[in-house]
Design a protein around this ligand. Structure first.
Ligand code: GUN
Length: 279
């Protein structure tokens, strides 16, 4: 039976450490969260982020803008937040309404306040191995691996998904830790064969039961990034958890695995931003 990689417990530990470090700063760290429109999933995420800020002793501001908000209005708000000293981090919840160019909005956030790590400056820093904000989900996964003594060095790491938010930065972080990395995606023709070679398998697709037991090498470490609902309406990831957990050496549950660590790393990045701004 696999070790359950308890992201919830680790996240609580991380947030406690962040809270203690934040308390020693001259000024309370501040996070501004922007949400545009009324995507129900986004609303849940934004509420959680507010709660996390309270737990860590941060101050937070929420900007809930209507679906009809224009790109110009949104960027004007971001520029105002960029200029405010007491705001250390700015997060614009994705997805944005179709009429808004996501890239232009992410580019408008000052790289020094980009606690999501989505600005091309921070993405580029990650690519070349320089200091910058790391995207929270892959960052959280690296923390889970470290906590459980799982070293990617020399391992075949297979990442399913190539998004800017998860798949690509995940591949870079595993590579930085000397993993041998393969990135699979929707056009990959021999997905099962590649997955069967994985010592560490990261699934970030968003499709129920995408990873079945016949795709997993016995003893592999399985990281499930997705947050889906199955036909019965129950929260689940990409991995067929009951079958895969019987043969993996370690696995993240959904919920309670990667999700809480994503949130904890946002707090970590906000603390880091505040420390830099107060230096
Ligand atoms: N939408 C889904 N995940 C994320 C995230 O990590 N950050 C932001 N800003 N939006 C998201």
């Amino acid at each position: 039976m696999a070790t359950i990689l308890d992201g919830k417990a680790l996240a609580a530990k991380c947030k406690e450490r962040v809270k203690q470090e934040a308390a020693s700063l001259k000024r309370t760290p501040g996070l501004a969260v922007i949400i545009v429109g009324d995507n129900p999933a986004s609303r849940v995420y934004v509420n959680s982020k507010r709660k996390d800020c309270e737990e860590c002793g941060f101050f937070s501001e929420e900007y809930a803008l209507p679906e009809s908000t224009t790109q110009v209005e949104l960027i004007a708000l971001i520029e105002k937040l960029n200029a405010r000293e007491e705001i250390d981090g700015i997060l614009c919840q994705l997805p944005l309404p179709e009429a808004i160019d996501e890239e232009a909005v992410l580019m408008a956030i000052s790289p020094e306040k980009d606690v999501d790590g989505f600005h091309p400056m921070n993405m580029g820093a990650l690519l070349v191995g320089k200091e910058g904000f790391l995207p929270c989900t892959p960052y959280g996964i690296m923390e889970i691996l470290a906590e459980y003594g799982i070293d990617p060095k020399g391992k075949h790491c297979v990442v399913i998904g190539r998004s800017n938010i998860v798949g690509k930065p995940m591949a870079l972080l595993l590579l930085q830790k000397h993993g041998t990395v393969t990135v699979c995606h929707s056009r990959t023709t021999n997905l099962k064969e590649i997955c069967l070679q994985a010592d560490i398998l990261v699934a970030a697709v968003g499709k129920v039961d995408m990873v079945t037991a016949d795709m997993v090498k016995p003893g592999a470490v399985v990281i499930d990034v997705a947050m889906n609902r199955n036909a019965a309406g129950k929260l689940c990831g990409d991995v067929d958890y009951p079958a895969v957990s019987a043969l993996a050496s370690a696995i993240t549950p959904v919920p309670g695995g990667v999700g809480p660590m994503t949130r904890a790393m946002l707090m970590q990045n906000t603390l880091l931003a505040a420390q830099k701004h107060q230096r």
